[in-house]
Design a protein around this ligand. Sequence first.
Ligand code: UD1
Length: 384
Amino acid sequence: MVKILNVVGARPNFMKMAPIIAAINRRSNEVSQTLVHTGQHYDKAMSAVFFGDLGMPEPDINLGARSGTHTQQMARIMPAFEEVVIAQQPDWVVVVGDVNSTIACALVANKLNVRVAHVEAGLRSFDRAMPEEINRLLTDQIADLLLTPSKDADANLLREGIPAERIVRVGNVMIDTLFQQIGRARDSAILNELELRPREFAALTLHRPSNVDNPEVLSRICSALGEVARELPVVFPAHPRTQARMREFGISAPAGVRITAPLGYLDFLRLWSDARLVLTDSGGLQEETTALGVPCLTLRENTERPITIEQGSNRLVGSDPARIVGAAREIMSNGVSYAGRAPELWDGHSADRIVEALIARARSAEIINSDHSAPTAPLTPSGD
Ligand code: UD1
């Protein structure tokens, strides 16, 4: 039996882990799993609602990290996760994405000589001012198995000296969730609740520190959104970080921009998939809009997901009002349309490929202890 410890921590992790859990369940005669939630995100709207929407089991263990500086968050996660790994003695720790929980748990597993698999490996924005870029670089350097969504990710890893045999291209696991849930999202009443008609509004998300932590940048973006909203209402499910910054800086939403609480997966999927246009600084939404061919303007100067521009419906517009408004007008005037064109291996079967790779590697490395309760070399933290 291959024993897997799955880690989630923050909102963008849940839609990546849900299909992996389901794929492991389909092979439950060969693999067992435990789900650890670090508690980095803890509000119902940022966490619990996703477990219901995505049909995920409750976490077996919650480490209760909660808010704080990034260092405080990681410092709370690491010793708590270390105890779990020592108690569980897994064959694999599986981490997803690029949040603080990802690197914190990967590092703990590495220190305990437990193999780490990183799902969504190899993405690079080449912008080291982004906390997520550092998390991605460090996690990939210590991961034993790098499960990538696309060719560009493989190329990044090879360039950084990661041996080719550690890299397996599995496609985009978040698109597994998208394809599985799109039918259920049709039943969401969110458009009725907000009195919106399909294609007659824009959907917005905004939470990157580079956009919301600086009052000048945030005001500039808000003025652009105000311009867009004169022609098309903008619906903005706002992240707690952004709501807090807007209050702190005394910036209110411009006329026509409607702020809501963060939405669950199904309501949000219904919202953005029926939007005329998406404006965002999220990573995942660039990929999701690409898979369904919804026009997306990314309010950043770079992206770790270039395939969404080369093959998808995404365009970088930064935080300059003229660029944002100009690009939005082109879309609003029907000057731009895209067919939904999912890149290679974004086919809804990535999780099965991930689980196959985990099982095959575990077997070939002969790391499966026939009796986990009596390992030959018990895990202990080094240094004591
Ligand atoms: C984190 C991730 C980011 C991801 C984002 C999605 C890192 C470095 N960043 O950023 O990659 O795109 O999540 O949401 O890991 N807060 C709440 N309730 C919660 C969670 C957070 O109120 O459930 C508040 C915190 O108190 C804090 C702010 O939101 O004020 C930021 O939360 P934090 O988890 O530090 O980072 P995010 O900005 O959410």
